[in-house]
Design a protein around this ligand. Structure first.
Ligand code: SF4
Ligand code: SF4
Length: 110
């Protein structure tokens, strides 16, 4: 397992798709393939006035954690372009510490 990964704070994801496009451009992917894909979870009402509605960014098998950028000391392009600062790159151990601090996050590693 890689020692590095992405921490995804999906509570603040607006579903803007900027990360998807940035990743496609960086990796010269066709428009029907993604290194990260935004999934819609909901909407549905599970209790009176309580709604499940979230966007969840999901890295795919084509995510290489921006190996070429990271080797040049740049952050992954999805991290750089997310205006909502939902994405964080780093060592899995450090990200796991952040994961423990708040709900509605997921941790991805290769
Ligand atoms: S760029 Fe950020 S806010 Fe926009 S869809 Fe991606 S993770 Fe969500
Ligand atoms: S880390 Fe790089 S390859 Fe992985 S989803 Fe983000 S932009 Fe795409």
């Amino acid at each position: 397992m890689s020692a590095y990964g992405l921490l995804i704070d999906y509570e603040w994801c607006t579903g803007c798709h900027t990360c998807e496009v940035a990743c496609q451009i960086e990796h010269a992917l066709p428009t029907d393939q993604w290194g990260i894909k935004i999934m819609n979870v909901g909407p549905w009402e599970y209790a009176p006035k309580k709604w499940q509605y979230a966007y969840l960014p999901v890295p795919t098998d084509q995510c290489d954690l921006c190996k070429n950028r990271v080797e040049k000391s740049h952050t992954p392009t999805c991290v750089k372009h997310c205006q909502a600062k939902c994405l964080k790159y780093g060592k899995v151990e450090k990200l796991a510490e952040e994961l423990a601090k708040k709900p509605k996050q997921t941790l991805f590693s290769l």
